[in-house]
Design a protein around this ligand. Structure first.
Ligand SMILES: [Ca+2]
Ligand SMILES: [Ca+2]
Length: 621
């Protein structure tokens, strides 16, 4: 953001604030959510949550507006809320709807629906980053004295470091060069949370998973305007935006928790009950009712209260916020946090509302589980069971585990690379496994380079699998420059600042001359493969065929009618000579191939020599 837009932006905030104060004093209505809505939506229904002091339904009126009808006003336990059902027909045009409360006019904007989500598919390469830890593009927003947590200290791993959305916008060319086609950020919505005790340490909510006002992007990240600018500039460079959605809980400091609409707004327990984080009771045919209830309605932590999604007003609030976000920020795909702890029927309704309105959007969920059956249960699957999830894709935790096993354990009947093969052999469980999102690490996991013992050969093998297997690959910031660490003593170690993201950093690893030779080798490796896959029909659109691993060598193909890509990985500590006669079903007598990473042309591929811990990506001629 340049100086001029910054100034206009703050002027905008001040004006907005002024309008709200005036409204609050004279009308007793202090807040309406959603803060605006849209014409041209397929679903004509809108439910406004009106907050004020001692509101009376009979004092709330809609002034005539073509195509807009007031259907019903609901009162709830708490007189400070009204829920107003509107119908916005096809005839309604964008403009300012006027409500009247107790004789005072309240303006409500209807904008034209314009968002056209692009979705995600196998041609994409998604980059996950934590905005607070990536780059500081606007030092003036690092901290605010009026927020519950006014801290900012880069020397403290548990406090905010000042990274923001402008910092991401500033590095779009870096991401584009790497081959990235989509950015997923940990949540950007306001987290006006106090410091909270996590594992005995007081921490800032810089991770973003405790929303305190759904309709404001955190001003320390640059607010709604900075998010709109990032989305616009990213799209102009061919980079999509994926939003991280949290439905299960909100931050303990959320404005509506200070004066809840009703006691059943949250899942309440006689004494504090944490979720067990166990996925099994949700699909186990032998599970107890109590276990199932605790998983779903237990709280994620004491400072992230669990929303009661069976309350229809809560459900509408969450669903409308999802639609509003896609429309306001032009979101292409939707990642859902802590999927399994949500009410799964609510999740189906919510997913459907997004899919009905935006058929191209991609939605994928975080179910941190250990088996394909579980992963598929929470995703659109082929099981003949009463509960059918409509979630298009999942973050594939089982493939991640399979890759780690393949890289870190010797080959055996079930061990080593046999595990990865076995996991992928179970894709029949999913309605469409190509919609799953694969990864090697994220903000909750050890860094991949450390997981493989900082072994560069294993690093390259893991990344090659990530970028060529079926599914949509996602990276975690810094993997390309060999950022490492275990979550020891805490996850702060895997959430370190990207070197060069702050003006006073001594090195800048966004630039080749700021990276070491090894880091450049890693960056160039990722860049080569990521840019190749974008234009490879076989990888971005093709089918997947894998062969039973033999003697620690794993071979698979990605293929269409026009292109075949053969990936060979030797997980042994010794060189191997591979006779390719076993793969003729795919090779069909092909004699030559080009290795994509090295650029070497092979004139005769009847036998292929492959280095110890080596991996090859052969485009078959
Ligand atoms: Ca900042
Ligand atoms: Ca829950």
């Amino acid at each position: 953001m340049n100086f001029k837009t910054t100034k206009m932006y703050y002027l905008g905030i001040i004006l907005q604030f002024f309008v709200l104060i005036v409204d609050a004093q004279s009308t007793e209505v202090s807040r309406i959510n959603p803060t605006n809505w849209f014409v041209g939506m397929k679903n004509p229904n809108l439910q406004l949550m009106i907050n004020g002091k001692g509101l009376k339904a009979e004092l709330f009126k809609l002034k005539p507006y073509k195509g807009v009808k007031l259907r019903e006003i609901h009162t709830v336990e708490n007189p400070n809320y009204l829920f107003v059902d509107l119908e916005i027909s096809k005839k309604a045009k964008a403009g300012t709807v006027k409500f009247e409360y107790n004789g005072t006019t309240i303006n409500y904007e209807l904008l034209q629906k314009t968002a056209q989500p692009l979705g995600l598919d196998q041609s994409d390469f998604v980059y996950l980053l934590m905005p607070d830890r990536f780059s500081n593009g606007e030092p003036s927003n690092d901290k605010f004295a009026d927020m519950a947590d006014p801290n900012h200290d880069r020397n403290n791993p548990f406090l905010r470091h000042g990274g923001d959305l402008q910092g991401v916008t500033n590095h779009l060319d870096y991401l584009k060069e790497l081959g990235v086609t989509g950015i997923w950020m940990t949540p950007v919505i306001e987290n006006n949370q106090p410091l909270t005790d996590e594992g005995g340490v007081m921490r800032s909510a810089y991770h973003g998973y405790g929303f305190t006002d759904h309709y404001n992007v955190d001003k320390r990240l640059g607010g709604n305007e900075a998010y709109k600018i990032l989305s616009k500039e990213a799209h102009a460079k061919g980079i999509k935006i994926i939003q991280d959605a949290v439905y299960n809980h909100v931050g303990i400091n959320h404005w509506f928790l200070k004066d809840m609409p009703s006691k059943d707004w949250l899942n309440q327990w006689d004494k504090y009950t944490n979720t067990t984080y166990k996925d099994q009771p949700l699909f186990d045919i032998h599970a107890s009712t109590l276990d199932t209830k605790i998983v779903r309605n237990g709280w994620f932590t004491s400072f992230l209260p669990d929303l009661n999604q069976n309350n229809p007003f809560v459900a509408n609030f969450l669903i409308q916020h999802a639609l509003w976000s896609v429309e306001t920020f032009n979101i292409d795909a939707w990642r859902i946090d802590t999927y399994i702890y949500n009410d799964l029927d609510f999740m189906n309704n919510c997913n459907q509302a997004l899919l009905d309105e935006y058929p191209n959007i991609h939605i994928f969920g975080e179910s941190a589980v250990g088996t394909v059956i579980s992963q598929a249960y929470f995703t659109k699957n082929n099981f003949n069971i009463p509960f059918k999830s409509n979630l298009p894709g999942a973050l594939d935790f089982v493939v991640e585990e399979g890759i780690f096993e393949a890289l870190n354990h010797d080959f055996g009947w079930n061990e080593g690379v046999s595990r990865l093969y076995t996991v992928l052999a179970q894709d029949l469980a999913y309605a469409d496994a190509t919609k799953n999102v694969n990864f090697l690490e994220n903000h909750d996991h050890h860094r991949f380079f450390s997981v493989v013992g900082e072994d560069f050969d294993k690093y390259k093998m893991g990344i090659t699998w990530l970028l060529t297997l079926r599914g949509i690959p996602h990276f975690y910031y810094g993997t390309e420059i060999l950022m490492k660490n275990f979550k020891d003593p805490s996850d702060a170690e895997v959430r370190r600042d990207f070197p060069g993201g702050w003006a006073d950093d001594k090195v800048n690893k966004f630039k080749a001359n700021g990276r070491t030779e090894k880091e450049n080798e890693a960056f160039d490796f990722v860049k080569k493969l990521a840019n190749y896959r974008k234009n490879s029909e076989a990888i971005s659109k093709g089918n997947f065929m894998q062969f039973v691993p033999e003697e620690g060598v794993y071979v698979y193909f990605r293929y269409t009618e026009n292109q075949k890509v053969m990936v060979i990985a030797n997980t042994n500590k010794t060189e191997k000579s591979l006779d390719t006669v076993r793969f003729q079903e795919m090779l069909k007598g092909a004699k030559s191939a080009k290795e994509i990473i090295s650029g070497v042309e092979f004139k005769d591929i009847s036998t292929v020599k492959i280095d110890a811990k080596g991996v090859m990506v052969l485009e078959i001629n």
